[in-house]
Design a protein around this ligand. Sequence first.
Ligand code: HEM
Length: 479
Amino acid sequence: MEISSILYSMLCMFAFVVFFLFLIHSLISKLFFTPSSPKLPLPPGSLGWPYVGETFQLYSQNPNVFFASKQKRFGSIFKTHILGCPCVMISSPEAAKFVLVTRSHLFKPTFPASKERMLGKQAIFFHQGDYHAKLRKLVLRAFMPEAIRSIVPAIESIAKDSLQSWEGRLINTFQEMKTFTFNVALLSIFGKDEILYREDLKRCYYILEKGYNSMPINLPGTLFHKSMKARKELAQILAKIISTRRQRKQVEDHKDLLGSFMGDKEGLTDQQIADNVIGVIFAARDTTASVLTWIVKYLGENPSVLQAVTEEQEAIMRTKEEEEGDDEGNQKALSWADTKKMPMTSRVIQETLRVASILSFTFREAVEDVEYEGYLIPKGWKVLPLFRNIHHSPEIFPEPEKFDPSRFEVAPKPNTYMPFGSGTHSCPGNELAKLEILVLLHHLTTKYRWSMVGAQNGIQYGPFALPQNGLPIRLCPKT
Ligand code: HEM
């Protein structure tokens, strides 16, 4: 057979497959996704190939390039189709406010079922309404400034131990920061008892996390299966901690997250407590570790900013040296008030959160047909507020790719800066995250120098944006 006729038959077969997929797609769309309000148009954009939609376009490149090019072509609200779901993506501050704040009741949080199974179906992220409001009150009670100010010295001691253990070694910054943020998360959940359970909880949690991005096949030998087993063990450890606390209830009055969940009036079941403890560790650890990793990178690349931060922190260190230390002559511990005297360092954190935008977007699902700016967002469609696009808009943040903490000398306009989300599901741990970052930076900049090792331009997603290879650095004490 001639080459041209082989090619011709292959083309015919390809056309047939595409036609067949198109038919199935139209059928599925008609059955499940046909909007019930026919008058309004859908937002502009394309739904891509039958069934697979634009999933390949999204994952064959940096996802942020996909979002940015779509926004350039279609504007700040556009439709697409990824991972089997029709979606509307939004990238204006007004639309984000509409979805997350003013009409948040019309958009419920949505996650893959396998994530729900791993974190636990009762965890705060998956809920709306009364149960969500109750959990949120309990979480906020444990993480508001009045509650966390007393743990500053304990966070400081974790930070000092971490830095000491990195001295003279070539370290993977992200991995080490994960250990630091894990220990701080446990401290905020279990208070000073944290140290008793640290190793067991760490062993189980580290197996559990390996399954987060695995195929959800629960058969012996699979990552998912091992994860689910580790999750069960975690729940057992937590049940033991809870029962020990119940036995000693009259004697101790815990101000930590577990204490807040276990309050008599709250009536949470052990299952609900376990799901939310695991959920908070999940929400607290990699996010904060990833931001810390970016800060180490940006400070390393911007010597004048590092100098300004170091001077600010050295001034605080000097005032601490002048204060009276403990009986053994140790310097006085950092206090909550000290962390409020770090405006330059705080701006570095703000700018890192903007430039890195580690949570580039979040997911919601329309619970009914919703009209926005003359467009229809059909019931059941996913809605993605694109935080990163807003943080990288040149109209809002001039020269958006430039790392320039001084831009935060003036407060950003409302709804233009949402590193911790916005509205009903916004981050209740943001004060703790900022606090632990400030404390670690105090000791890092006053006592250590570091140099980055290897290529530094790549970004990896795991799932949060991270410098390539977790940013290998070498750290040594200042002489
Ligand atoms: C720099 C670090 C962090 C960043 C950038 C971050 C970011 C976010 C964002 C954007 C959301 C909202 C997600 C959405 O609307 O779908 C969120 C929710 C949440 N975060 Fe954080 N977070 C960080 C650290 C923490 C810490 C340290 C904790 C706990 C101690 C925490 C606990 C939570 C919880 C429980 C939720 C869910 C709230 C709800 O559904 O009502 N986060 N976080």
